[in-house]
Design a protein around this ligand. Structure first.
Ligand code: KIV
Ligand code: NA
Length: 265
């Protein structure tokens, strides 16, 4: 198979081909998503929420992210693997940011890293890119700053924040990012940013004029019934399907129906 590279994504943008990105945190799902043709697999720090059960992405560590990335990489043949730098692994200074990015590349076999923010992380991005590590940016709703914002509502609805986001997007492109995630911002703003950049934008809750889309696997597969933002399209209701299947199994064990004669040695 022809592997997806950062160059592939740039070409897809030029050709007007949309990029499909999805999160993954383990080997078994990564294998299926790769087989299904997902172009980019994001080992998101959303693992903090969906894998570990935390309320925010703040607690997850670099060691945890490395473990998830190692698992995902083993399941991938074609997709580009992007690994989130977690909170605390890059904000202090660009030496620490670079060291964290290098650990991800050396220890996981992932192909690139992602970090949140604009101007304040531009120097770190420049240094990581100079070290030969592709970087994806992330603007708009940046969950690692949840305690600064206080809510997970739509970002950059006001003119000042929209102007700042447009500037940051250009800065990230200049710093060498190969793509930028735009999370939960008005569709008109995302369209404007996408048209202003040569690198692709990947939207989540940012309308359909982005160059690609990303969703959290647990959300789009309907594993969690309690998370229903407007931007989310649910392709399955795995919560109900798994609840039914496992309930059935429990019933069969209790009744002695499982295992039957064909299911034993
Ligand atoms: O961690 C994550 O899942 C993400 C996506 C929502 C873009 O950063
Ligand atoms: Na993330």
């Amino acid at each position: 198979v022809k592997k997806v590279t950062t160059n592939t994504l740039l070409k897809m943008k030029s050709a007007g081909e949309k990029i499909a990105m999805l999160t993954a945190y383990d080997y078994s799902f990564a294998r299926i998503f790769d087989e299904a043709g997902v172009d980019v697999l994001l080992v998101g720090d959303s693992a903090s929420n969906v894998m570990a059960g935390h309320d925010t992405t703040v607690p997850i560590t670099l060691e945890h992210m490395i473990y998830h990335a190692q698992c995902v990489v083993r399941g991938v043949n074609r997709a580009l693997v992007v690994v989130d730098l977690p909170f605390g692994s890059y904000q202090s200074n660009s030496d620490i940011a670079l060291a964290s990015a290098i650990r991800i590349m050396k220890e996981t076999g992932g192909h690139s890293i992602k970090l949140e923010g604009g101007e304040e992380v531009a120097e770190s991005i420049r240094r990581i890119v100079h070290a030969g590590i592709p970087v994806m940016g992330h603007l708009g709703l940046t969950p690692q700053s949840i305690y600064k914002f206080g809510t997970y509502t739509v970002r950059a609805k006001e003119e000042a924040e929209a102007e700042k986001l447009k500037k940051d997007a250009l800065l990230l492109q200049e710093a060498g990012c190969f793509a930028i995630v735009l999370e939960k911002i008005p569709a008109t703003l995302a369209k404007e940013v996408s048209e202003s950049l040569t690198i692709p934008t990947i939207g989540i809750g940012a309308g359909n004029q982005c160059d690609g889309q990303v969703l959290v696997m647990h959300d789009m597969l309907g594993i969690n019934n309690d998370f229903n933002p407007r931007f989310l399209r649910k392709y399955l209701n795995l919560h109900d399907q798994i609840l039914g299947a496992v309930g059935h199994y429990v019933k069969d064990v209790r009744s002695g129906d499982f295992p039957n004669e064909q299911e034993q040695y």
